[in-house]
Design a protein around this ligand. Sequence first.
Ligand code: ACO
Length: 339
Amino acid sequence: MVEPLSTTRGVLFRGSGSATPSRSISNAELGQRVQTSDEWIRSRTGIAARRVVNSDESLAELSGLAAERALEMAGWSADSIDLILLATSTPDDLFGSAPRLQARLGATNAAAFDLTAACSGFLFAVVTAAQYLRSGAMRRILVVGADQLSRWVNWDDRRSCVLFGDAAGAVVMEASENGQDDLDGFLLRSDGSRGEVLQLPQVSQRKPLVGDASHQCGGFDPIQMNGQEVYKFAVREVPAILEKLLAQHGVAADSLDWLLLHQANQRILDAVADRFSVPTKKVLSNLAHYGNTSAATIPVMLDEAVRSGSIQPGHRIASSGFGAGLSWGAALFRWSGPA
Ligand code: ACO
């Protein structure tokens, strides 16, 4: 049982971690499956390879590795965590994978639940965690963004299969009691009326149940995507929401240390950076190695930049996630680092 804190206002980002499957599939290898080429994929997306879970790997395992690394960076034991939020659209179990992650970590004092907002999921989860921390209801929260879209991609559809991969990333967040607050602000948006441009829809057959009653029986169809519409959505909405957030907080784009966007397509990253005149060296990108890993892209990129020393404590970061739903959001924060 968590005792509420009365003085808590601030949010701190204490540690990060990430994990990717061992098997990397290059563009050239994909060309053995669908009619495509390394040149086409690289020039249209910036992607050179993606990681794909094998039959022994699971979302819980990848998430567990990422979470353990984040806890280790913060120097926290798993039983000091009050809440686990797992942002994913591809759980191992539709009832939720967060409790399995909780058990795997031995986070015996944590409540755990899944949160689904596709590629915006990690950002939505960070903002959700911040509310628990600011209210004083929780002291320490683990937020994981993890997806294994390879299970749901149509590997014969060259228009979409070249984009996606699997990964998990994590951050651990803490309530600050000394007035320091490293989450400056956020904006979240959804527009279900445009959701058909990117879907992983349920399909079902009606089967007789009893008398005149029937029930639905089925599963899910692979990802269906209108790439051009998703592209237009991203290059319109991401700059707009970032612009609004920066203006709300009086932050000039040239004062940012890093732009940390959902890694969907290098052309989208470049278009957003151009709009704010942010130099390429401040735009974090690891798309070439992993492709679009949905809810995992932002925390995996964050973790790599923290571990390489690019992101330092105190650095100001503008982040934006966007994807199916449609959903999108932005957050302005500083990397706190371990206490
Ligand atoms: N290899 C070779 N040719 C291809 C491939 C491929 N992998 N895919 C499509 N083509 C062909 C098409 O068939 C088409 O040929 P045609 O004119 O003879 O019909 C031609 O290339 C152009 O196709 P477009 O779809 O117009 O290509 P476009 O330049 O729009 O690029 C892309 C496609 C890369 C998918 C782009 O639209 C994009 O990145 N969109 C955003 C997608 C995205 O980010 N989705 C994830 C969002 S996040 C989430 O929530 C999961």
